[in-house]
Design a protein around this ligand. Structure first.
Ligand code: FES
Ligand SMILES: [Fe+2]
Length: 375
């Protein structure tokens, strides 16, 4: 008989240093940025964004004026420059002072950090790099052709605030076992792939409430860098496969709070008006936000566990955490192994590809079943 008293596990709480992940982060929908300067409290500080009146180019800069610290986002745009509300120094989008109304000489130290930007897929992104390097070309976000197609709706973007460190969201990529209890989804297959700056989750599931029996839904969720994740999800609606693209991009406010820019884009249903298509996207967005709320409830009340007690059947949390750590590591210290391709299967089962083929072949259409049954 074993008389050993069980030893309670001591949770090691992760304390994150004041450092933010290297990579592209979605700041807003690109069309939200206008010639009116806007304020964004991110990366533990304040940044501003505006479009030049003459060149229509987006400029993102640190918001605090190096002269005496006024908030430039409260100033006004003049041509392609921003004018400080305090002493009217004029700054270019490149971060250089262009004019001081009462001085001929511009001090050489009059330089503000200008953030590298990327407008793609209807989104404005900024490149964060603790070391101050330029964006890494191979990590440029891939073009979503469907965004540029008339057959698809525009993004419907909502913002969600989460009060914890962003790694909690990234952990989700490995979290097979939460789908049942939190999202009422039975997982049929679940696997992950990691390569360089990308991390992918493949899942086939079935929603326990929305769908009856074995009607599946498939999902491929891909992180490109630390903060930009898109998901292509296909389920059945009115006996037809319906595909949506989801955007789950996050941006840190500080080390204990982040925003998710959550977007939904849907392939327009032929023969249905623009208004009705938009109503479907709205309804889908609402449903997804409610699903998110179930995660948020958990995140807002949990601790960051560095040494989780895992069991057989859990997803590869340490794999995703190791992958994610590359974005917090100086480039010179990154081992070559970060570029290696790694795969992990948590639940073996039908692949996304074969499930999609069956869905498109009508294997899950109830109409088809009705037709077959009487024979
Ligand atoms: S604080 Fe901006 S010009 Fe003086
Ligand atoms: Fe979740």
């Amino acid at each position: 008989m074993n008389n050993k008293k069980p030893v309670p596990h001591i949770i090691k709480k992760k304390v994150w240093p004041e450092r933010y992940a290297r990579g592209w982060h979605v700041l807003a929908k690109a069309d939200q940025i206008t010639t009116e300067p806007q304020t964004f409290d991110y990366f533990g500080s304040r940044i501003l964004a505006y479009r030049g009146e003459d060149d229509n180019k987006v400029n993102v800069m640190d918001a605090y004026c190096p002269h005496m610290g006024a908030d430039l986002s409260k100033g006004c745009v003049k041509g392609n420059n921003i004018v400080c509300p305090f002493h009217a120094w004029e700054w270019g989008g490149d971060g250089l002072a262009k004019n001081i109304p009462y001085s001929k000489r511009i001090p050489p130290k009059a330089v503000i950090k200008a953030w590298p930007t990327l407008e793609k897929n209807g989104l404005l992104m900024v490149w964060n790099d603790h070391e101050g390097n330029d964006p890494i070309p191979e990590q440029e976000i891939a073009r979503i052709d469907d965004y540029y197609s008339d057959e698809w709706t525009d993004w419907q973007v909502s913002q969600v605030t989460i009060n914890t460190h962003c790694r909690e969201l990234v952990d989700n990529m490995a979290d097979m076992a939460h789908f049942g209890p939190v999202h009422y989804t039975s997982v049929k297959s679940f696997s992950n792939l990691q390569e360089g700056h990308k991390f992918v989750q493949y899942m086939v599931g079935a929603h326990d409430i929305l769908t009856e029996g074995d009607v599946p839904l498939t999902s491929i969720a891909t992180y490109e860098g630390p903060a930009y994740m898109t998901t292509t999800m296909t389920g059945m609606m009115d006996d037809l496969p319906m595909t949506v693209h989801l955007l789950v991009s996050h941006i840190p406010v500080n080390t204990n709070k982040f925003h998710i820019n959550f977007g939904v884009m849907m392939k327009k249903i032929p023969g249905v008006s623009e208004v009705e298509n938009k109503a479907i996207v709205d309804a889908y967005t609402q449903m997804s936000l409610e699903s998110f709320q179930q995660d948020i409830e958990i995140w807002d009340n949990k601790v960051l566990v560095d040494n989780p007690v895992l069991c057989a059947g859990d997803g590869p949390f340490f794999m995703v955490r190791e992958w994610y750590s590359q974005f917090y590591t100086d480039i010179a210290e990154l081992p070559e192994s970060f570029k290696e391709r790694k795969e992990h299967t948590t639940v073996a089962g039908p692949s996304v590809k074969e499930t999609l083929e069956k869905m498109h072949a009508g294997a899950y259409s109830s109409k088809k079943v009705e037709e077959v049954e009487p024979a």
